[in-house]
Structures are given as C-alpha cells and as structure tokens.
Design a protein around this ligand. Sequence first.
Ligand code: E4P
Length: 217
Amino acid sequence: MKFFVDTADTKEIADLAETGLLDGVTTNPSLIHKAGRDFVEVVKEICGIVPGPVSAEVVALDHKEMMREAEILRKVADNVCIKVPLTIDGLKTCKALSSEGTMVNVTLCFSANQALLAAKAGASFISPFVGRHDDIGFDGMALIADIRLIYDNYDFGTEILVASVRHPIHILEAAKIGADVMTAPPSVIKMLFNHPLTDKGIQGFLADWAKSGQTIG
Ligand code: E4P
C-alpha cells in the first residue's frame, strides 16, 4: 500500500519524506489556501522533495479551461499528477490528459459508479472520500470495497487512492480491503507509529540495560 500525505505544508512533507515511507503527496485548493503560498511555487517545491506523484488540482469547471490550467501545472515537474473533479468536464479532461501520458487523479468520488467512469476515462488514481462519506451517515469503507471488487472484475489499472482519511482505523480497513494508496494528514500518519506498549517496552529494556552496565561498541 502506498502512503501519500494530504497537505501543502512543505516542512511536514520534508519531515515525513525523511522516514523513507512517503510515496506521494496530495493537495487541494483548501490545503493550498491553508499553506498561504503561491500555488505553482509550492507544487514545484513539493515535487522536489518527493519523487512520487504530487497531485495539483485544477479549479476551472469547464473542460477547455481545465486543459489550460493542467497545461501550466504539468509543466511544473514530471511528477505532477493533475487532479480533476468527478464531473463530465473533469472526466473529459482526464481522458484527454491520460491519453497524452499525463497522470490524473480524479477527486471527489462518492459512488462506485463514479469510480467506474473514472477508470474508463483512464485515471491513474480515483480518490473516494471516506471521511466525508462517513460524515453524512454512509459507510465510506463499503465504497472502497465496492470499487475494489469492480476494478478487479475488469482488471482496471486505476489505483484506488483512499482520501479524506480521518484516523488510523480508516487506514487499517483500507489496507485490509486492498486499496492501492491512502492519503492522510501528517498527524494521522504519525499516529500509525505509536503504541503505548512500544513505549513501555522500550522503557523496560533500557532500564534493564542500564542495570547491566554494558555499552555497545
Ligand atoms: C484528497 O485528495 C483530499 O485532498 C482530501 O483527502 C480531502 O480530505 P478532507 O475531507 O479531510 O478535506
């Protein structure tokens, strides 16, 4: 399972990249606003930190204008992945860009039929939003399972990128279902490392080691 981080905060991205466990980055217009920096400039910096796919989202709603924005964004770096919304114009744009060999992440997916359309449009990634789905009383993970089943039925190459991840259980469930990628905020990724018994175990081992009076090397 690939791990992407969902942020435009370059310091957080650089910190996580140092672990060697980060495979890519996703941004969206809200995260760019939060970062408070020039969009193209920050995407360029992120692409230099992480060699994997870096999603940069178009904001236009019509196909022609989406293509114009994508043209600017895809020139920023080879690892830019153009993010388009799951609309008719978004999928037209996805089809055109993917036919030209550009990576496309189709975002704001809330149904398995939408995911089927994105795969037919040649998307590199489909981003079903599990947290926002849960928020309105639906089971976000059931959506991931449905998409997995459909994509496997037809051998679609589109990768399932579980998005709107709110807590470690989302990641655990996504991994059990066999999602290809998950993207989560830095705080949620950091939670994965922690377990109170790990901390307790280290304390116990170190206390006994001190009593042994030994050193290594
Ligand atoms: C995915 O690419 C989106 O940027 C993101 O996961 C949205 O998450 P949210 O619902 O927490 O805003």
